[in-house]
Design a protein around this ligand. Structure first.
Ligand SMILES: O=C(O)c1ccccc1NCC(=O)[C@H](O)[C@H](O)COP(=O)(O)O
Length: 213
């Protein structure tokens, strides 16, 4: 079953709606330049809306260790996601499982990043844009994805309309979406979240049925 993470959840109500839609994880963006940014105290409120067994992920972009620690002191999320140029040593110092985002820039050395971040719990492949580190709504060419043994996450421009194709073509263990389930920048839409999760579940079902034939 493809796991679903919805990133950029900004309120307890959005978190409840995401959980009702059936997500496996929600992401909290601790990057002040984002329209989805939350402070540590807002994040505490968001997490109150999260159902038990749904993973909370705190996302940072080249933050200092002090900034990450201050957030964790207030809001102890289950997992960290690093979306900048953080080294493995930096990511590991917080003693939490972490996801390393790899932006699919033209000349990216995926192998080198995978080797450096071999202790990451998962890697997330995202579209690249020179002016924004993530959450752009852009897709990238999925045939650039490496074959991986460890669980990985597909992100970048996913929507209820294209996620089935992604599951069919590249079979990601997990998918991550942000803009594709919003009605306006930073506003998650309950209908779009439900439609996205349903599209993932339907694609999984079709895959399972096809495998059984
Ligand atoms: O969401 C943001 O605003 C953001 C800002 C800076 C770095 C990362 C950010 N989001 C990270 C995510 O995991 C997004 O879900 C991922 O980039 C996909 O976003 P989208 O293409 O909008 O679905």
């Amino acid at each position: 079953m493809t796991r679903v993470k919805i990133c950029g959840v900004r309120s307890a109500v959005m978190a409840e709606q995401a959980c009702e839609a059936g997500v496996d994880a929600i992401g909290l963006v601790f990057y002040e330049k984002s329209s989805r940014a939350v402070t540590a105290s807002e994040a505490v409120e968001v997490v109150r809306g999260v159902q038990a067994l749904v993973t909370t992920v705190g996302l940072f972009v080249d933050a200092s260790a002090e900034e990450v620690t201050q957030v964790l002191d207030r809001c102890p999320v289950d997992c960290l996601q690093f979306h900048g140029n953080e080294s493995a040593e930096f990511c590991l110092q917080f003693g939490r499982p972490y996801i390393k985002a790899i932006s699919m820039r033209p000349q990216v050395d995926i192998e080198a990043l995978l080797t450096e971040h071999s202790d990451a719990r998962s890697v997330l492949f995202d579209a690249w844009r020179p002016d924004a580190p993530g959450g752009t709504g852009d897709t990238f060419a999925w045939d650039r994805l490496p074959k991986l043994r460890k669980p990985w996450i597909l992100a970048g421009g996913l929507t209820a309309d294209n996620v089935s194709k992604a599951i069919e073509q590249v079979g990601p263990p997990a998918v991550d979406v942000s803009g594709g389930v919003e009605s306006a920048p930073g506003i998650k839409d309950p209908e779009r979240m439900r439609a996205f999760v349903n599209a993932v579940r339907e694609a999984d079902k079709r895959k399972h049925e096809d495998a059984a034939v």
